[in-house]
Design a protein around this ligand. Structure first.
Ligand code: ZN
Length: 163
């Protein structure tokens, strides 16, 4: 079975940015994702297309094919009391959906907190960064109908509780 649209690819991965390891599945369960659904950055998904279980892939992904180029005005400071109550205590690195000035949905990342002030940015924390991925495909399985409906994988075996 190949990594192609509609299959769940289960992989171990390490992400390195500027020579520093940012994230890795080493020592944990491998990570499943639904291929072709934009669950992982486009540059990595494209590189994995057509690969089979056992394949190891090292790929350098440019910002535009990763978390995007840095754009917009940069982090904006607000008071935590201005945020919706359920996210007021969220830490740096978390993201939530908000409405832009034209009523469009935008994702805002919490980039910094200081006292009762919070900095929000439309840029992903890894925007503008070149990403070095090292991936090993552990296995590939068919997705369930529910996974395809949701557009993401439900755990290693497809039966994980919905997240
Ligand atoms: Zn789901």
């Amino acid at each position: 079975m190949k990594a192609e649209a509609g299959n769940v690819v289960i992989m171990h991965y390490t992400l390195t940015v500027d020579g520093e390891e940012m994230d890795s599945s080493a020592g944990r369960d491998p990570m499943p994702y639904l291929h072709g659904s934009g669950n992982i950055v486009p540059g990595l998904e494209r590189e994995l297309e057509g690969k089979e279980a056992g394949a190891t892939v090292s790929v350098t992904v440019a910002p535009a094919d990763g978390y995007g180029e840095i754009s917009g005005p940069g982090p904006q400071r607000v008071y935590s009391r201005q945020l919706p109550e359920q996210i007021r205590d969220w830490g740096v690195g978390r993201a939530f959906m908000a409405q832009g000035s034209d009523g469009e949905d935008i994702v805002l990342y919490i980039t910094k907190r200081e006292g009762d002030q919070v900095w929000l940015d439309t840029n992903h924390p890894l925007a503008g960064k070149t990403l070095d991925f090292s991936v090993e495909i552990v296995s590939i399985r068919e997705s369930s109908e529910v996974e395809r409906e949701h557009g993401h994988a439900h755990g290693l075996d497809g039966n994980a509780q919905h997240h």
